[in-house]
Design a protein around this ligand. Sequence first.
Ligand code: FAD
Ligand code: NAP
Length: 389
Amino acid sequence: MSAPVAISVFSKENPFHAKLAENRLLNKPGSAKETRHFIVSLEGSDLTYKAGDSLGVFPTNRPGDVAEIIERLGASGDELVSPAMLKLAAPITLREALSQRLALSGPTAKLVNTLLAKTTDAAEQARLSELVKPEAKEALAGFLDEREYTDLLAEFPHAKLTPQELVDHQRKLMPRLYSIASSAKLYPREIHLTVAVVRYTTNHRERLGVCSTFLAERMLVGETFAPVFVSDSHFGPPEDPTKDAIMVGPGTGIAPFRAFVQDRVATGATGRNWVFFGDQKSKTDYLYQEEWENYLVKGQVSRLDLAWSRDQGEKVYVQDKMRASAAELWTWIKNGGYFFVCGDAKRMAKDVDQALHEIIAEQGAMPIEQAKDYVKQMKKDKRYQRDVY
Ligand SMILES: Cc1cc2nc3c(=O)[nH]c(=O)nc-3n(C[C@H](O)[C@H](O)[C@H](O)COP(=O)(O)OP(=O)(O)OC[C@H]3O[C@@H](n4cnc5c(N)ncnc54)[C@H](O)[C@@H]3O)c2cc1C
Ligand SMILES: NC(=O)c1ccc[n+]([C@@H]2O[C@H](COP(=O)([O-])OP(=O)(O)OC[C@H]3O[C@@H](n4cnc5c(N)ncnc54)[C@H](OP(=O)(O)O)[C@@H]3O)[C@@H](O)[C@H]2O)c1
């Protein structure tokens, strides 16, 4: 059973300023992915954590993006502002607000209305009027999805927002959570993370995920600090060490299961471990390959099923591997095994959930309605846990 975690003086409200001890690329050359292993040092704090917890990180925005907005506003950055969302006791500089306190992405429909009210240019007025028409709701949502604040300032320069007007439309810059990929039993003064660096293109511009690139590029190992906090979770390995654990974690979803296995090995848990991992290509995207292979050789992981989605023409996903071993999976579950899923919520976790229901119905020879009840009971008993995002 996991030991209760002592209350620290550090929390979301009073984050610890931590240094990075390591920043290592996990993918091999030729990969389409950029997944990084970070080690966050807990030295100087009384923070502790348990397998299944997440680390909250407060990022800052990219200086280049901040400078671009300041320039488009025709400001210096030293102007004092008091963003409506922040409810500050005293104003702060525009630069500080844009760097540390406000999100630069996710512009709202309200901003489009403000731009329309303020622009002095006929062509801009015409474009904005089209966008705010009641029948153009979908088009407006699509338009906003493709843009950040800086794009709107660039496209509608005649609206000439003041710094205060802009910041009043912005949302708070929120901390991001990352599943902890290490066990405190092995690494009491470190937290390991497995982070996919987010990069994509919209409106012909490369977009960079704020926090994943903050960790990857703006945090300098051993030098700069990031405000962090441990987010307690109900997600965690079986309390009973004799229970079997089935862990399904493609992509960065593998992170907490590295922690679970480390934890169960460190405590001498006798329950078996079955890991399902998947990613694009076996040659370049096998995260923590040596560690998994060592666990397998030592029998600390009993089964390791790998789903490489782009090694062949047809996609192979973790749920295909589950279906291929349906009988054995059912035996583990029937005998009290725990089933864990971590990673993408939108597609993967839904499809894995569906596969789990089908496997239970088929292998347990029960109608799908009864399989649904079986899964509901597993959830109640904490035998089916998900950490999806
Ligand atoms: C409990 C929990 C645990 C998590 N654990 C991990 C983990 O272990 N590892 C990990 O890497 N992440 C994890 N995440 C996700 C993490 O919190 C961040 O959401 C992620 O790193 C992206 O943050 P960012 O600031 O880099 O990107 P943001 O600046 O927040 O940008 C991400 C946003 O960009 C948009 N976007 C992204 N890709 C595209 C695209 N292709 N096309 C159009 N728009 C797109 C989407 O709107 C998306 O929400 C976890 C989340 C939760 C809630
Ligand atoms: N746009 C989205 O909806 C979305 C969702 C999750 C993650 N992401 C982004 O992707 C980046 C990397 O995330 P990640 O490394 O954790 O994982 P990931 O790249 O999303 O996926 C890891 C593996 O899961 C596979 N996969 C895709 N759809 C699946 C499904 N329905 N069921 C099971 N497996 C499926 C992927 O295959 P293929 O890619 O070959 O299909 C890949 O092999 C991050 O930047 C994250 O933000 C985007």
